[in-house]
Design a protein around this ligand. Structure first.
Ligand SMILES: [Zn+2]
Length: 244
């Protein structure tokens, strides 16, 4: 059995039989993994109690040959992000980001850049839960890292260069459309110049201007959400809770 160490976040947990628990981790070194925690005595119960979403952990796991399931050997807390759990807005946002990470990643595919992005976004969320474009920046960068970035440079249907007046986005097709294609696209979204500029700024890893434009941020949220749902083929469970 090989012993592996990694920084990790918990994506979710579920029970396995009467005494065991499966923890789904997103690790820096191994990507998403599933690991079993035996809850049969007090040390194991202690480990299980630390395996909560929004905790930055350092884990040591055993890898077993020919088995997809790891076994947790030990867990240490690197950063508990307590303030995230104490602020309802930050908690809901953090759990939404956690679900997004879970549903967009595959087991044992390391994505260290995505791990860093998640970690820095949680740290920013803990400091300023309503910081402008924080959640949108995470979504845009996540989409780029997993190969689902919205197509913004040329028409997503016919590949013609776009004109400044071309501001119709098709979530179903995953990008902007030229005028001719916009006329026949399924469920087209017409977006404002400010929203498109904000999306292009985030895609280029620049700050959208002006930063306090809530109408633009709301429209960008709707656009990215529609794009994400179209890519995933389903709604995220935590999304309806974001604006309660
Ligand atoms: Zn076109």
């Amino acid at each position: 059995m090989a012993l592996l160490r990694s920084d990790a976040f918990v994506l979710r947990t579920y029970k396995l039989g009467e005494v065991d628990q499966i923890v789904v981790f997103f690790t820096r070194e191994l990507g998403k993994i599933r690991a079993v925690v035996r809850r049969s005595h007090s040390l194991r119960r202690h480990i299980a109690s630390l395996c909560q979403p929004l905790m930055h952990l350092h884990v040591i796991v055993f890898a077993r040959p020919q088995q997809a399931l790891f076994r947790v050997n030990s867990v240490e807390v690197v950063e508990s992000f307590r303030s995230l759990r104490e602020d309802f807005t930050a908690l809901r946002s953090g759990l939404y980001l956690t679900e997004l990470l879970d549903v967009t990643t595959h087991e044992c595919e390391p994505l260290p850049e995505l791990f860093e992005l998640f970690q820095t976004t949680l740290a920013q969320l803990a400091r300023a839960p309503t910081a402008p474009f924080l959640m949108r920046r995470f979504e845009v960068r996540l989409l780029a890292l997993i190969g689902y970035a919205p197509q913004l440079a040329t028409c997503v249907r016919c590949a013609r260069p776009l004109q400044p007046q071309d501001r119709t986005f098709s979530p179903a097709l995953g990008g902007l459309l030229c005028t001719a294609c916009a006329a026949t696209a399924p469920q087209p979204l017409r977006v404002t110049p400010a929203t498109l500029a904000a999306l292009r700024a985030l895609a280029a890893d620049e700050a959208p201007l002006p930063p306090g434009d809530t109408a633009t941020e709301r429209e960008l949220e709707r656009l990215l959400h529609a794009h994400l749902v179209a890519r995933l083929g389903r709604e995220l469970k935590s999304y309806p809770f974001l604006h309660l």
